[in-house]
Design a protein around this ligand. Structure first.
Ligand code: 5GP
Length: 228
């Protein structure tokens, strides 16, 4: 007289279901991670390193009317378009946000963003403060990280030594940096980029922590009491 044959099947199905629920615990529906910083704070290097060394992090490649720098390739750092093309994209509603930054236009692809969110990816965006605030309004769950250099002297040195822009552009970017730094209060996290590897670890820890947000675990709570 053992238990009915249905019992092992029921037990097996229950284990499968439990396993599924445990996997769902902490599973995110995708996150937007906004990274902003004054030019020369090192955010591009940080973003590259984070994307390279993480499994589920993708980089949102923006569109810009800025000329490519010597080492930049279309579709790599940016999609480079002219002002007419950019204007057309704005009119067609292709951007989740766009802004004029340091005299050029930059925009975030809406299609890419929504597709990656559906695919439950962590989307890393290197965008300016105007863009960051606009994205946060549309996607309130977006995580906002501000990167700062250890001090102003280092910022100046980095901007000059990376030798990527003309002198006048460096001067303008330094001037804009002061304004950008004033916006730090609108952000949620601050990472000081004194050493690249440490800053990368800090950003990765912030990204990892997002899956433990209560809002990300609604599924778990929805039927918590029904599950018994
Ligand atoms: P850079 O010309 O040095 O690559 O970037 C200049 C600034 O434009 C940086 O602050 C960068 O974060 C910002 N930026 C890049 N892509 C976008 C974008 O799609 N939207 C906005 N609002 N800013 C962007």
């Amino acid at each position: 007289m053992g238990s009915s044959p249905a019992f092992p099947i029921f037990f097996f199905v229950w284990i499968l279901e439990l396993n599924k629920r445990l996997n769902n615990l902490g599973k995110s529906l995708g996150n937007i991670i906004i990274i902003s910083a004054p030019s020369g704070a090192g955010k591009t290097a940080i973003c590259n390193a984070v994307v390279r060394s993480s499994r589920n992090v993708v980089y949102s490649v923006s569109y810009t009317t800025r000329r490519p720098r010597i080492d930049e390739k279309n579709g790599g750092e940016y999609f480079f378009v002219n002002r007419t093309e950019f204007k057309k994209m704005v009119e067609e509603g292709k951007f989740a946000e766009w802004a004029k930054v340091h005299g050029n236009y930059y925009g975030t692809s809406k299609v890419f963003l929504d597709k990656m969110l559906k695919m439950e990816k962590n989307i890393l965006m290197d965008i300016d403060v105007q863009g960051g605030i606009s994205i946060k309004k549309q996607y309130p769950g977006a995580c906002m990280i501000f990167i700062m250099p250890p001090d102003l002297k280092t910022l100046k040195e980095r901007l000059v030594s990376r030798n990527k822009d003309h002198k006048e552009i460096i001067k303008m970017r330094l001037g804009n940096a002061v304004e950008e730094v004033k916006s730090v209060q609108k952000y949620e996290y601050l990472v000081i980029n004194e050493k690249l590897d440490k800053a990368v670890v800090a950003v990765k820890i912030i990204i990892k922590s997002l899956k433990y947000k209560i809002q990300k675990n609604k599924k778990y709570f929805n039927d918590f009491f029904d599950r018994g």
